[in-house]
Ligand binder design. Structure first.
Ligand SMILES: O=P(O)(O)OC[C@H]1O[C@H](O)[C@H](O)[C@@H](O)[C@@H]1O
Length: 577
């Protein structure tokens, strides 16, 4: 069926409600809008479904949520796992509680029990809940850090990680097979509750989740010593982090936690930012102002579903605040966790540090220093979760830390998705630890540069929306795939990794070897002097991303090299636009 016919069928099918029909009638003369909304079904990307809220097959609405859930229910029944139920959470976005209930009632109508959080909760807590309740699967209604017009649907499997093969393809196939919206099952809420198929969860999960986080603490002694001197500014950016982050910090003894008042309460309009993403400088405007006012040691921001953490730290020498990228904060936390674990208990022989292929090489230097394994996975924290499961199943490998450049890390295995509540806690603990050594977190960062090398990494994204945008992104990938650059910014390309073709080609010798990872549309250029560039379409936003990294001889040298390489990457992009 073409997009026009699908549009007509939604307009005329009595299954769809009045509001949906009215919304669709209102765009009757707008062919482009009709095409955007109906040319495809929303598809699973890096982290599940993500789309603009509205009527249409390519939008997030109760019908597409039900359809996805019916597909999930069919898959669960197919593998005979319906007895264990599904945990469901949601964030502060528009329609999040409604979509959560739609999903729960569809599962219930399929005979699968749903455990639904009573109010908004972070993504990592949902991951924890799946494990704690022994569920088959989990659903989180969130579009993470996307702009306010978006919502999304993350799916977890029984280990608590987001779905990877074979479950992801199995579920997607089942979702695709649901072609008639009217065939999707649902039932009234009261009936589902009476049948024991809808159970509300809350404090019964919050309490053990917070207890798990507190078990990760390595130096309560340091916290006890200096917590009252540390000043922490925190913003949940109108999302789910507010209660758990404050709770865990308070329970550990951090007394000076200042929450940005304008961003404290949940609000799906995210009225103080255009984009609730701690990667974006604007997310810190209010936090920085408050930080300067109270003379904070560190400023933390979590995204709406509290899986990403952004950080600013104070430089005691200059009084300035430095922004830490996800690579920097990930390494700071990872180095602290691994280093202190070594001091206190020693490290397991098969300990591993896991990072995505687009994350910093400083992680490799940290792993080498502690003589542990460094494991690379594709982008998506689900692949880090998958590795932890593999360690458990094979008995080979001990998870020590996992991180991604996209502002996410996980310091334990109680959950299988990145956890900004735990990351906030660990960073505050690290700040306390370093304070007992008369160091700030910035001093600790400088010490890491000294020890591991001056690694500097950056990412540039080009937003290309809609059908044409998608085509342009493919064109860029094709152009680069067919004409690999011989040099970028004066660095010679020494090897080209093409993760789609599963090849690593040594440019000098011409030798080709496999990447060792699943196929994915990613191109990676290894270059001289430890520099690199990587290109891939985002799986969560309409963007193509250019990542880059350099290694300098000093901070100033790394900054200069990074800036120069970034310019060269922009010039390369310009040739393709
Ligand atoms: O680059 P993208 O495909 O947009 O993904 C960027 C990030 O998005 C989400 O936050 C996922 O949970 C991460 O695992 C992923 O790294």
């Amino acid at each position: 069926m073409g997009y026009r016919e699908t549009y007509e069928s939604w307009l005329n099918n009595p299954y769809f409600d009045e509001a949906t029909r009215a919304e669709l009638q209102a765009i009757a003369g707008n062919e482009k809008e009709i095409e955007e909304r109906f040319y495809m079904d929303l598809e699973f990307g890096t982290a599940g479904l993500r789309g603009v809220i509205g009527a249409g097959t390519n939008r997030m609405n109760i019908y597409t949520v039900r359809k996805a859930t019916q597909g999930l229910a069919n898959y669960i029944c197919k593998v005979g796992a319906q007895a264990k139920g599904v945990a469901i959470a949601y964030d502060s976005r528009h329609m999040s509680p409604e979509f959560a209930d739609e999903a729960a009632l569809c599962l219930a109508a399929n005979g699968i029990k749903a455990y639904v959080f009573e109010s908004l909760r972070p993504t990592p807590e949902l991951s924890y809940a799946v494990r704690k309740l022994g569920c088959t699967a989990g659903i989180n209604i969130t579009a993470s850090h996307n702009p306010p017009e978006y919502n999304g649907y993350k799916v977890y499997w029984e280990d608590g990680a987001q779905i990877t093969p074979p479950h992801d393809t199995g579920i997607m196939d089942e979702v695709r097979n649901v072609t008639d919206y009217a065939s999707v099952k649902t039932m009234p809420l009261e009936e589902a509750k009476a049948d024991g198929l809808y159970q509300t969860i809350g404090a019964d999960i919050d309490d053990p989740y917070i207890a798990e986080l507190k078990k990760l603490v390595l130096h309560q002694d340091c916290i006890d010593k200096v917590a009252s001197e540390l000043k922490i500014v925190y913003t949940p950016l109108h999302g789910t982090g507010n209660l758990p982050v404050r709770r865990v910090l308070k329970e550990l003894g951090f007394t000076n936690v200042y929450v940005v008042p304008e961003q404290e309460l949940p609000d799906g309009d995210f009225p103080t930012v255009s984009y609730p993403n701690p990667e974006a400088a604007e997310a810190f405007a209010l936090g920085l102002a408050l930080g300067k006012k109270v003379d904070a040691d560190l400023i933390l921001a979590t995204d709406p579903d509290a899986d990403r953490l952004g950080v600013y730290v104070k430089d005691a020498q200059t009084g300035e605040y430095h922004s830490l990228t996800g690579n920097m904060s990930g390494c700071l936390i990872g180095d602290y966790v691994i280093g202190q674990r070594k001091e206190l208990f020693g490290l397991p022989e098969d300990g591993a540090f896991i990072r995505s292929i687009v994350s910093t090489n400083m992680a490799d230097a940290i792993a080498a220093y502690y003589e542990i394994d460094l494991i690379e996975v594709l982008t998506g924290f689900k692949f880090i979760g998958q590795k932890i499961l593999e360690f458990e199943e094979t008995g080979k490998g001990t998870y020590l830390f996992g991180m991604e450049e996209s502002y996410g890390c996980l310091p334990g295995t109680y959950a299988r998705d990145k956890d900004a509540v735990a990351a906030s806690m660990m960073l505050c603990e690290a700040a306390a630890y370093y304070k007992t050594k008369n160091m700030t977190l910035w001093d600790a960062m400088l010490a890491m540069y000294e020890r591991y090398g001056y690694y500097k990494d950056d990412v540039t994204s080009i937003t290309l929306k809609g059908i044409e945008g998608l085509a342009k992104i493919q064109e860029i990938m094709n152009t680069l795939r067919e004409n690999a650059p011989a040099e970028i910014g004066g660095y010679k390309v020494t090897a080209v990794r093409d993760y789609k073709l599963d090849t690593i080609t040594d440019t000098a010798a011409g030798a080709v070897r496999p990447t060792g990872l699943p196929k994915s549309n990613v191109l990676y250029y290894e270059m001289t002097d430890g520099a690199w560039v990587c290109v891939r379409p985002s799986g969560t936003e309409p963007k193509v991303k250019f990542y880059l990294g350099v290694k300098g001889t000093s901070l100033a040298d790394a900054d200069a090299k990074s800036e120069a390489l970034s310019k060269a990457v922009h010039a390369l992009i310009d040739t393709m636009m």
